[in-house]
Design a protein around this ligand. Structure first.
Ligand code: CMC
Length: 371
């Protein structure tokens, strides 16, 4: 605490929201009143509709919403060229923010801040993010761009555009669940950033780009890539003990562990662990899952049992294991997280615009007074 101010605004209630509920003591996460564990077996289209519209769609509403999303999947040759220009010295998140910024220039509704136009722009972003990420990655690897397949789900189509072959049913379901589990998390740093920008009545593209910039950081979405690299570095379950103990004795953070809000097991990590186990079994290679489970076991012994600190796996831990089995390159991990998170940012912006008051807190001045 600094004076009576919690550092990093810890536990400060900054606004009221009807989107996401978290109980960090009990490990409960709900979108619009629905437990995230039960939602993880729905489609991403249903859940993004839920976040944006406040309730699950009926069949007719879902068909029409999914159709709109599919129609918006394609990106133009100019956007493909922009993503190619980006391919010299930047990472996927930087390329994605550049491409979204370019996309906004081409949107005739850019400066129409009506609720209807903002929903339209939101649908365009949700639909085009996977195409942008896949196009960036394929061009970076010197491969041809693959056009979206409108017969596939949001998750399956992304894997198809990324790899060039149709995913298995399990791979499709796992990525669909990943997008759902990543879709929103109350007033996390990127949602707060997006809402702050929206509160100035800037456009929804600028707000979402702000969210992307915040997600990139290693203390937020960037941890997923770090966990993938950690699993590679450890290489086998036998090496996990020394790796974790080095981190503990050097007082370094173990990536994919700890959370500002959860003081118990992150409910998303529980679902991800099950998905990771299923996909490991299907692949016939348990290595990465076994390394992760060993890290978790040692971390529990050190943090929870020995030190009494509530540091458990967070959303980025087993999701990173899932990404390894899906053969998603580590450097793409945060951008894949952003594909799922896009609907949460859009829901937050829409809620902010619908009952706006400028977000403008104060700082306590502690510098010199020279005059
Ligand atoms: N490994 C080791 N110690 C940790 C960890 C960790 N991953 N996380 C927290 N601690 C310790 C920390 O050293 C501190 O100990 P002490 O009180 O002795 O100084 C105590 O726990 C509190 O840590 P903090 O950094 O003040 O806690 P915070 O609420 O500011 O941080 C966090 C939350 C997520 C930034 C932090 O847990 C962390 O850096 N984790 C690693 C990065 C990571 O996995 N990030 C993904 C977060 S979840 C996805 C998302 O929401 O985007």
């Amino acid at each position: 605490m600094e004076g009576n101010m919690p550092r990093g605004l810890e536990n400060i209630i900054a606004l009221e929201s009807e989107i996401t509920f978290i109980d960090g003591e009990q490990g409960i996460l709900k979108y619009r009143g629905h437990d995230v564990q039960s939602l993880s077996s729905h489609s991403y289209d249903e859940v993004s509709y839920l976040l944006i519209n406040g309730r699950l769609p009926d069949k007719f509403e879902l068909d029409s919403y999914s159709k709109k999303l599919k129609q918006e999947r394609v990106i133009g040759d100019d956007a493909i060229a922009i993503l190619k220009f980006c391919n010299f010295n930047i990472e996927a998140m930087d390329a994605l923010r550049t491409a979204v910024s370019y996309m906004s220039h081409c949107d005739p509704e850019l400066n129409d801040n009506s609720a209807e136009a903002n929903v339209n722009k939101g649908i365009r972003m949700i639909a085009k993010f996977p195409t942008m990420v896949a196009v960036f990655s394929r061009q970076r690897r010197g491969l041809d761009v693959i056009q979206p397949d409108l017969s596939l789900s949001h998750g399956a189509n992304f894997l198809y555009m990324l790899k060039g072959s149709k995913p298995t049913d399990l791979e499709s379901r796992v990525l669909e669940s990943d997008f759902i589990l990543s879709a929103d998390h109350e007033l996390n740093p990127s949602a707060f950033t997006a809402r702050t920008i929206a509160s100035t009545l800037s456009d929804i593209y600028s707000s979402v780009i702000g969210g992307l910039c915040a997600l990139k950081g290693p203390l937020h979405g960037g941890a997923r890539m770090a966990v993938m690299e950690m699993i590679d570095e450890i290489g086998s379950p036998e090496n996990a003990e020394r790796y974790v103990m080095d981190k503990v004795s050097n007082k370094q953070k173990l990536m994919g562990f700890g959370h500002r809000v959860y003081k118990t097991y992150d409910p998303r990590a529980r679902v991800y662990k099950q998905l990771a186990r299923e996909i490991a079994i299907e692949s016939g290679n348990m290595l990465w899952f076994d390394i992760a489970e060993k890290i978790e076991e040692i971390a529990y012994r050190e943090f929870v049992e020995n030190k009494g600190k509530p540091i458990y796996p967070n959303v980025d831990f087993y999701s990173a294991v899932v990404y390894k089995y899906l053969d998603i390159p580590p450097k793409l991990a945060t951008a894949v997280f952003a594909i799922g998170r896009s609907s949460g940012w859009i829901a937050h912006c829409l809620e902010q615009y619908s009952d706006n008051r400028l977000i403008r807190p104060r700082a306590k001045y502690v510098g010199p007074d020279l005059d």
